[in-house]
Design a protein around this ligand. Sequence first.
Ligand SMILES: Nc1nc2c(c(=O)[nH]1)N=C([C@H](O)[C@H](O)COP(=O)(O)OP(=O)(O)OP(=O)(O)O)CN2
Ligand SMILES: [Zn+2]
Length: 139
Amino acid sequence: MSAKAFLTRRLTFSACHRLHSIHLTDKKNLEIYGKCNNPNGHGHNYVVKVTVCGEIDNETGMVMNMADLKKYMEEAITKPMDHKNLDLDVIFFADKPSTTENVSVFIWESLKRIMSSPELLHKIEVYETENNIVTYYGD
Ligand SMILES: Nc1nc2c(c(=O)[nH]1)N=C([C@H](O)[C@H](O)COP(=O)(O)OP(=O)(O)OP(=O)(O)O)CN2
Ligand SMILES: [Zn+2]
């Protein structure tokens, strides 16, 4: 049995969005989301941290090659969301508000599809602003 370790990689991306739920009236949307319901949207410089957890391989000394994690994150996060309008460009948000909670779920599901060892995925942290942070463990 090898020692277990947690590996975290960080990336940033920029995107705009509007908080709006198709399941609510315009009045209710404005009441709930306030300034974030502005029809023309607003932008964020998101910071994402992805953590994987697993045994340190005896031969390679790694849980996962950081170069592979970088590649997965670019494919699952940068490619679909960087410099995009989340609501219009990412189909996942067509029927869901682009809250940081839902951005975290999108990243988790995308990484799970792409990674060659998806069972190693442990945690997603998304910083929408310096002060607003969502943590997601996939359940
Ligand atoms: N549960 C959630 N609440 C809110 C979310 C979210 O994703 N999940 N998102 C927002 C807005 O998108 C908004 O852009 C947040 O920005 P802002 O209020 O400017 O951010 P700060 O709290 O960091 O700014 P302060 O200056 O500290 O008010 C809103 N709610
Ligand atoms: Zn926002």
